[in-house]
Design a protein around this ligand. Structure first.
Ligand code: C2O
Ligand code: CU
Length: 519
């Protein structure tokens, strides 16, 4: 078919400006889907697994024959998968060998506040000013005002109060209780003002919590269980990641200042760090844990086989299993969301191909990956009709409080929640541990709203009952332009200061974040 992938992608008015890669890209489905290694504990005791994870400057072969510089957990992109057992704690000692501060957040984790990856709770490189001095404050003022191009259209705020920072020199140990049910989580950088460029450089990985309830179901496992981290990137002429924002610590900030108000999109779709990969499968059922780890790109995923569309059986959402499986023709997935699905290749024959496409994409971003059926196998058991007998559907009447959070571009081109750009010292809500609240999210654009700590159930979307894709316990939900999404949020696990924010990472960096506390 020729290499139509090397061509420039048209600018899309709907989804924002796409960064076109300048390098010749591989043909689609030429690269094998990488298997991401599982992080091994260095030690275990009766109730805790201990891990070490270094954040490193490294290179990765993403485009065949080219070394791309990355910032990777463990020096790889995606980072190694963190596998946990519900009820067994983990402690992850994170060493920062990068030239920049970082903060690691376990997305979807019910985590104590000191380990949640708060944006100003930073692991700074060895030798980095231990004291918060004027240069750090200036750097953030510059990021918010000028140096980082995604912030270029935000007015320069007063420099953040030096008192907001907590700095850990060289390393920090993150404590994860994992007192939650089985679910697909992920971890990524959360540094204030710089999450988007730092995740783009590679700071993201998957995490899986397993439990006995789920294991009793006989869902596809072993090599029939695949984690698929989907994200978009662009590459410059040398094959390096292309991002419009220049980190003022590393680069001359006098570069381009395009308007990336809608977020940064790339023209190359990566799955587990490989461009449009192929996965060889048998004629069986497969479990796919799909994660949208893109900075700003939404997808609507569809599977197309030789006889047309192949449906998905959705079994879980961000927060684990649904009460019962349900059929989805397509998977709409905004940044930060996870979909746990089973696909059935048992009616196909060796040689058949099934393409995972993205109906929101155009040309190269319309393709994600391909499954190539190469052997006949035992299909494995069907998905049981009941997945989670103890699933509790929350009711509107249980809500102790109703609150509204309005995600909006305020005058002066500032992304705000209830009119406020992020202020580490401000509080938008205070909820009581053990209670349920109704939170109403309203929006002027597509904003994937994410809550830390507290998971929620969607009870209405734009005045109507939510669709099947909104089912289950969630921590991230997309609010469409001028849409209204009502969720029932349950506050469990820990007291302390947490946040909610837009998971379009450029919006997040442009201060579309807010604090809430659990008391
Ligand atoms: Cu996945 Cu606060 O983020
Ligand atoms: Cu947003």
């Amino acid at each position: 078919c020729g290499n139509l992938f090397a061509r420039k992608e048209a600018v899309s008015a709907r989804t924002g400006t796409v960064l076109p890669s300048a390098i010749t890209l591989p043909e689609p489905f030429a690269v094998r889907l990488p298997t991401v290694p599982v992080l091994k504990p260095v030690r275990r005791d009766a109730d805790t697994d201990y891990y070490e994870l270094a954040q490193k400057v490294a290179t990765a072969e993403i485009i065949p024959g080219t070394r791309t510089a990355i910032w990777g957990y463990h020096g790889i992109f995606p980072g190694p998968t963190l596998e946990a057992r519900s009820g067994r704690a983990a402690e992850v000692r994170v060493r920062n060998e990068l030239p920049v501060p970082t903060s690691m957040h376990l997305h979807g984790g019910v985590v104590e506040p000191g380990s949640d990856g708060y944006p100003t709770d930073l692991v700074v490189p060895e030798g980095y000013a231990k004291r918060v001095d004027a240069s750090m404050v200036r750097m953030h003022a510059r990021a918010a005002g000028r140096g980082n191009a995604v912030h270029a259209h935000q007015p320069v705020p007063e420099a953040p109060d030096p008192g907001i920072w907590t700095l850990h020199e060289g390393e920090k140990t993150y404590k994860y209780a994992f007192g939650q049910r089985a679910a697909t989580l992920w971890y990524h950088d959360h540094r204030m003002d710089f999450s988007a460029p730092q995740v783009w450089k590679g700071l993201a990985g998957s995490a899986i919590v397993r439990d006995a309830e789920e294991e009793a179901l006989g869902l596809p496992a072993g090599d029939r269980e695949l984690s698929l981290m989907v994200c978009d990137r662009s590459f410059d002429a040398e094959g390096q990641f292309l991002y419009p924002a220049l980190d003022p610590e590393l680069s001359d900030p006098a570069g381009v200042e395009p308007k990336y108000m809608d977020g940064v999109l790339g023209d190359v779709i990566l799955v587990n760090g490989a461009p449009w990969p192929v996965k060889h499968v048998g004629t069986g059922r497969y479990r796919l844990r799909i994660l949208n780890a893109s900075n700003a790109r939404p997808y609507n995923l569809e599977l197309t086989g030789p006889d047309g569309q192949v449906p998905f059986t959705m079994i879980g959402s961000d927060g684990g299993l649904l009460p019962a499986p349900q059929r989805l023709e397509s998977v709409p997935m905004s940044p930060g969301e996870r979909f746990d699905v089973v696909v059935d290749f048992s009616r196909l024959s060796p040689g058949d191909e099934v393409v995972l496409g993205n109906t929101l994409g155009e040309r190269n971003t319309g393709l994600v990956m391909k499954f190539l059926v190469d052997k006949a196998v035992d299909p494995g058991p069907a998905v049981p009709a009941v997945l989670s007998a103890g699933y509790e559907a929350l009711e509107r009447g249980k809500a102790l409080q109703v609150r509204q959070f309005d995600f909006r571009l305020a005058p002066g081109d500032v992304w705000t929640i209830n009119g406020q750009p992020f202020d580490p010292g401000a509080l938008l809500a205070s909820a009581r541990l053990g209670t349920v609240e109704l939170w109403r999210f309203t929006s002027d654009f597509n904003h994937p709203v994410h809550t830390h700590l507290a998971h929620f159930q969607v009870i209405s979307r734009d005045g109507r009952r939510p669709g099947p894709a909104d089912a289950g316990w969630k921590d991230t939900v997309n609010v469409t332009p001028y849409g209204v999404v009502e969720v029932l949020v349950r506050f469990t696990g820990f007291r302390g200061k947490y946040m909610l924010h837009c998971h379009n990472l450029e919006h997040e960096d442009m201060a579309m974040m807010a604090n809430f506390t659990v008391v």
